[in-house]
Design a protein around this ligand. Structure first.
Ligand code: MG
Length: 447
């Protein structure tokens, strides 16, 4: 049997009892068990099917001789931190920001990072081979619960910021944990930072009835309107597994992920430091790096690629425009609680309102579109780059005097993503319009 691809860009994803059945999860668990060594830490987000999928994966791991450390419901970065500090493999049952019916399986390496593609291929090969070394009865793994993983994680995050200075400011924070994995940990962290915390959706509800798990402005209307009343210093919202966080200013305005990343880079990076971000991120990050004397490396789109590039280059900070920020001193993965703490640290240091800090950043405007792809990408790419100055790190990025246009084929759907950025809002819109129609015309001609 040919090796079957199981892992997508973010682990294995599916709908429980449709494609993500207990039988499938059991066989995945056995396959992971044949690949990893030693004890395995497991955790999950708040999804309804979490216990079922986790039980199946655990059974597969124990059948192949692994003891399980069950960390319960916690953010993905808290599990990653546990793996890193204890030097053990981990499995996270989560579908991050996907709709409530989904769930997923993610494998964490002993250094706390997501396993790399070659390791996923090994697990897929074992799965496809369908032959497992089941241990003798006396070697079957056992399960124990550890209930202080969240505290270990929170203490690690706190050790990276000036707690005293933050506590003195007595920030008022409105925290929307979106019924997800940080429903307990983020309010606890904020209390330890001396904040007055009002929570929204801080009950673990795996049906995500209050809001969609993706922290985008259209899903955060409650949070934004409550912020607009003006009683808080900062509003925050996580995705389902809290590796990401987005911010709302004291007036109720959503802060784009590019801008919050640029703000953090400005405050964390100094001369000689390395910063990593994908080609899709704003030039505001390039400008900020130039202003502090840091070197910016741009990668393909995807958090694991950003994390690996950071490790290879000893980068201090990196991240994506969706609120996923990686702080190298803490750990090389996206971490919502760490990102939130860094933001409070810089607010405490500056003694200014968050909206004022954002306003001082270089201003860029991004227009995002998508178009159905009807012809082969290589054909289209050849036409699009004709006569243009391009960067081919990921898709093609066409460089203009006053901005850029990035066109990337999606890895999972037959669509093209178009990003157009400029210092001028009208120019960004013009470029986006221009390339949407250019691509449609080209596809008609080539199709
Ligand atoms: Mg996530």
């Amino acid at each position: 049997m040919a090796d079957q691809r199981l892992f997508g860009t973010n682990g294995i994803r599916g709908i429980p009892n449709e494609d993500l059945t207990p039988d499938f999860a059991l066989r995945v668990g056995k396959s992971i068990g044949m690949f990893v060594s030693g004890e395995v830490a497991v955790g999950r987000d708040t999804r309804i099917s979490g216990d079922m999928i986790m039980s199946s994966v655990n059974a597969g791991l124990m059948a192949t001789g692994h003891d399980i450390i069950d960390l319960g419901i916690l953010p993905t970065p808290a599990l990653q931190y546990y793996c890193k500090t204890h030097g053990i493999y981990g499995v996270m049952i989560t579908a991050s920001h996907n709709p409530p019916q989904y769930n997923g399986i993610k494998v964490i390496d002993r250094d706390g990072t997501e396993i790399e593609r070659p390791s996923e291929e090994k697990i897929e090969g074992i799965y496809g081979g369908n032959s497992f070394n089941m241990v003798k009865w006396e070697g079957v793994g056992r399960l124990r619960h550890v209930d202080d993983a969240i505290d270990q994680y929170i203490n690690a995050v706190l050790s990276r910021v000036d707690v005293k200075r933050i506590r003195e400011r007595k920030f008022r924070i409105l925290a929307d944990t979106g019924n997800g994995a940080a429903y307990f940990s983020t309010p606890r962290l904020l209390e330890k930072l001396g904040c007055t915390v009002v929570t929204l959706n801080a009950n673990p509800d795996g049906r995500f009835t209050s809001r969609n798990a993706e922290p985008k402005p259209e899903n955060l209307r409650d949070l934004m309107s409550l912020m607009a009343d003006g009683n808080f210093d900062l509003g925050i919202a996580h995705d389902g597994d809290a590796d990401r966080v987005v911010f709302i200013d004291e007036r109720g305005e959503f802060i784009d992920g590019d801008r919050s990343l640029a703000l953090l880079v400005k405050n964390v990076a100094s001369a000689g430091d390395i910063v990593v971000t994908p080609v899709s991120s704003s030039d505001a990050i390039s400008d900020v790096c130039a202003s502090v004397g840091a070197t910016l490396i741009r990668t393909k789109v995807g958090a694991p690629i950003v994390a690996r590039t950071m490790i290879q280059n000893g980068a201090v900070i990196g991240g994506e425009e969706n609120g996923g920020v990686i702080y190298g001193k803490h750990q090389y993965c996206r971490d919502g609680a760490m990102t939130l703490s860094l933001m409070l640290d810089l607010m405490a240091r500056s003694n200014r309102k968050i909206s004022e800090l954002v306003r001082e950043l270089p201003q860029y405007f991004l227009d995002k579109r998508q178009v159905e792809r009807t012809v082969d990408w290589t054909l289209l790419e050849r036409e699009l780059r004709r006569g243009e100055k391009v960067d081919t790190t990921d898709g093609i990025k066409i460089m203009k005097e006053d901005g850029w246009i990035l066109i990337r084929p999606s890895g999972t759907e037959r669509i093209l993503r178009i990003y157009a950025e400029s210092t001028d809002m009208a120019a960004a819109r013009h470029y986006a319009d221009q390339y949407v129609s250019k691509i449609k015309d080209l596809q008609e001609k080539l199709g």
